[in-house]
Design a protein around this ligand. Structure first.
Ligand SMILES: Cc1cc2nc3c(=O)[nH]c(=O)nc-3n(C[C@H](O)[C@H](O)[C@H](O)COP(=O)(O)OP(=O)(O)OC[C@H]3O[C@@H](n4cnc5c(N)ncnc54)[C@H](O)[C@@H]3O)c2cc1C
Length: 365
């Protein structure tokens, strides 16, 4: 046995799994096909929303655990990982009421503000209806987080090493093949993002995973003194004024780059090895229109698109499951980053034979 565990993929989820397993004294080798800091997957860039506005118990459990682990990792590495600038949710009030009810049950602080009060407080944004404010939420410093996970991990990270094949020999024995080696391990953790289906082929049966090329963009603020929360904006049901929307919008401040805003999970379906890295122009134009209408504090003409991959399941639930010696973390559907350290814990538990909540099972209905 060369190592206890081979992790395939050095994005957020592979790095977190390697960190968690190495803390349990396992020998871990992480293999990443591209070089360190590449921008070809789903985890690059400076910021992600740390949004706790979920109503589902499984996600509220996971984000509460992630908050504790982000704080512990920040302390351990001396890096600031969270900016709790607050998060505002608006649009589709019935949905926000369900979130507030779930928060109330768990003692999570959130409260409604009338649109006028919210507009007074956040002068760079427009609001139509009541706004659900979550003070204990905000942003994750994504690039810092990846550095912190690697810094705190005892695992060995090997870059520019694509995995070509996985062969299962027994319940706790697997061979991982690269261009230059055949490695044996007790377990393999596959956190290959948009390449999950390519890495696993027909070895395991997963819910359908759809890879899209997403294209949020940064916009320059017109006044640097404006304060910006992170935000989620759902279209109001049956309101014709929102007909041009592609999906809900999310956004946040990325210090030094501007205000990020983006449609969610509606980018063109793409083979991760044959991407254009170019924004789809009609969608981008609609995003600029959104910004013109709803973010008066930024310059809509200053649009700088970002290119990134989502790997989505039909209902946006993650896949966290085990098949013999193979553990899989996939389908993070554009909302996984905030949970990263907790997902690392779930994947390490799966290696130790502890099941994940049934919601994340690959054989769910
Ligand atoms: C535009 C955008 C905005 C987002 N905003 C948010 C947000 O605000 N809040 C939030 O919580 N989440 C957000 N997300 C989601 C979040 O970023 C992802 O869920 C998360 O980064 C997924 O991490 P991953 O490790 O699964 O994927 P990746 O980071 O894609 O990692 C997979 C890695 O596997 C490697 N790999 C693949 N095949 C092989 C192979 N054969 N051999 C070796 N290595 C291989 C790849 O090169 C890659 O590095 C956003 C995502 C995008 C794209």
């Amino acid at each position: 046995m060369d190592v206890d565990v081979v992790v395939i993929g050095g994005g957020a989820m592979g790095s977190a799994a390697a960190w968690q397993m190495s803390r349990r004294g396992r020998s871990v080798l992480l293999l990443e096909q591209f070089d360190e800091g590449h921008q070809l997957g789903a985890s690059h860039g400076a910021t992600r929303n740390f949004n706790t506005a979920y109503s589902e118990a499984d996600y509220l459990d996971l984000v509460a655990e992630a908050r504790i682990l982000w704080d512990a990792l920040a302390e351990e590495t001396g890096r600031q990982l969270l900016d709790l600038v607050g998060l505002v949710n608006h649009g589709n009030l019935p949905r926000l009421r369900a979130t507030r009810a779930a928060h109330k049950l768990r003692g999570i602080e959130s409260y409604f503000l009338p649109a006028s009060a919210a507009a007074e407080r956040w002068k760079g944004m427009n609001f139509r209806g009541e706004v659900l404010v979550v003070p204990g939420a905000g942003r994750v410093r994504a690039a810092e987080a990846l550095l912190a996970l690697r810094q705190a991990s005892e695992a060995h990270f090997q870059y520019s090493t694509p995995v070509r094949d996985i062969r299962v020999l027994a319940e706790e024995s697997v061979v991982v093949v690269t261009d230059s080696q055949e490695l044996t391990a007790r377990n393999v953790v596959v956190t290959a993002g948009a390449w999950t289906n390519k890495v696993l082929g027909r070895m395991v049966r997963l819910p359908e995973l759809v890879v899209t090329q997403e294209q949020p963009a940064h916009f320059l603020p017109l006044d640097d003194s404006l304060t910006w929360p992170s935000f989620n904006h759902n279209p109001d049901q049956d309101d014709p004024r929102d007909d041009y929307w592609y999906s809900p919008v999310y956004g946040m401040l990325t210090p030094g780059e501007g205000i990020k805003a983006g449609w969610h999970g509606v980018g063109p379906v793409m083979d991760p090895d044959a991407r254009t890295f170019l924004p789809e122009p009609v969608q981008l134009e609609a995003l600029v229109r959104y910004v013109r209408e709803w973010l008066p504090g930024v310059d809509p003409e200053s649009v700088v698109p970002i290119s990134c991959t989502y790997t989505s399941t039909a209902n946006e639930d993650f896949v966290l499951d085990r098949f013999g010696p193979v553990v899989v973390g996939a389908g993070f559907s554009g909302h996984g980053f905030k949970f990263t350290p907790a997902i690392g814990r779930v994947l390490a538990d799966l290696v130790d034979g502890v099941q994940a909540p049934s919601r994340f099972s690959a054989s769910r209905d």
